[in-house]
Design a protein around this ligand. Structure first.
Ligand SMILES: [Zn+2]
Length: 365
């Protein structure tokens, strides 16, 4: 039977039922303050298997970007069904639907239009400015979106890219912004519900462990059907060399030297590293490509327009949601098969890496 579900509710129910059937899992549900698209309660669910006091933990999270949870949830369900053997002193922690509102309501952002992977910044220090975004906010978030408007936006971005450099445009379009609450790539005005919930969870369940290997599941970026492991690491950091042995080639971005040097900030994985001081954290993202970048950005722009200016229940609203799903959760059976096969490979490689007796030494500078 397929691991893929039709909506948040089915995905959640199936994962919890599979954990029950497999045995050995403990479950806690964190209550979200808002209701789902079906009117029923929303939860971030936490499943734990293995010793409660394990020194090493593999954590796998899904749905930071709401609608991307369809892909991540299927990977978690397959993993529970596979019931892999655990190395000694090792536990699993699955976090299902970090952004349950976006998963249920088919949005990449949360209940406050916030991209959670831009929300984990130090708000007390003041949100970073993104002047280049400010200059294109009106382009990306038009009040009217007639036929052909998305193609015109894409053409204008292409024209700007031709006159700019890659990183400047990347920061402008995708770097996150904190000044336009109804715009795309909004990072929020303070810590979101999801951020507060996961940070409390980390403090309670992960602080004091020796090693945490984290895999955050995403879809929408890269070559279609390919699951690319990504992380931030400096050349001299031991987890860079170690994960290259575990997984082979990864997409490793260097650490920014300063706030001004930061292209993409506010990531959950970065916050996990900071918060779990003293724990050797290996923070990775497994990102599956779906459609070309232009189509994915177009789907996000169109969905944002729909929520702020359109009619969710109308025919056009349903068509826009269908295009959003296609951009983050392709229906193609070959795509879905490739996603599961790659996930099974990566999780097995992570568990095999966690079995190394000298892991702590190898992760210490
Ligand atoms: Zn994502």
């Amino acid at each position: 039977m397929t691991c893929y579900s039709q909506d948040y509710r089915e995905a959640r129910n199936r994962l919890l039922a599979a954990a029950d059937a497999a045995g050995g899992w403990t479950h806690e549900a964190l209550d979200h303050p808002q209701a789902g698209a079906d009117g029923a309660p929303l939860y971030m669910d936490v499943l734990w298997r293995g010793p409660q006091d394990a020194g090493r933990v593999l954590t796998i999270s899904s749905g930071v970007h709401g609608v991307e949870g369809f892909c991540g949830s299927a990977l978690q369900l397959q993993f529970v069904q596979d019931a892999p053997d655990l190395p000694p002193d090792t536990a699993l922690m699955l976090v299902h639907a970090v952004n349950p509102y976006g998963f249920s309501h088919l949005r990449r952002v949360n209940e406050d239009n916030v991209d959670l992977n831009r929300n984990f910044i130090d708000f007390a220090a003041g949100a970073p400015a993104n002047e280049a975004y400010a200059a294109i906010d009106a382009l990306l978030n038009p009040e009217e979106l007639p036929d052909g408007a998305l193609a015109a936006i894409a053409a204008e971005l292409d024209r700007m890219r031709a006159q700019s450099d890659y990183l400047t445009m990347m920061k402008a379009v995708s770097g996150g912004q904190y000044a336009f609450p109804r715009g795309v790539q909004y990072g929020g005005a303070g810590p979101s519900w999801s951020r507060r919930a996961v940070e409390e969870l980390w403090a309670r369940r992960l602080a004091g462990r020796r090693v945490v290997v984290q895999i955050d599941l995403h879809s929408g970026l890269g070559e279609s059907g390919v699951g690319m492991l990504m992380m931030a690491a400096g050349d001299d950091e031991p987890h860079k060399a170690l994960t290259a042995q575990w997984f082979g080639p990864m997409f490793v971005t260097p650490r920014p030297r300063s706030a001004a040097d930061t292209i993409l900030g506010g990531y959950m994985n970065g916050a996990m590293e900071t918060q779990l001081a003293g724990v050797r954290v290996v923070p990775m993202t497994l990102e599956y490509g779906t459609e070309p970048g232009e189509a994915v950005l177009g789907a996000m722009i169109e969905d944002n327009w729909l929520v702020h200016h359109g009619d969710l229940a109308g025919e056009r609203g349903r068509a826009i949601k269908a295009r959003l799903l296609a951009a983050f959760y392709p229906a193609d059976p070959a795509w879905r098969e490739a996603v599961l096969a790659r996930g099974r490979q990566v999780f097995a490689q992570a568990l095999s890496g966690l079995a190394a007796p000298d892991l702590e030494e190898r992760l210490t500078r």
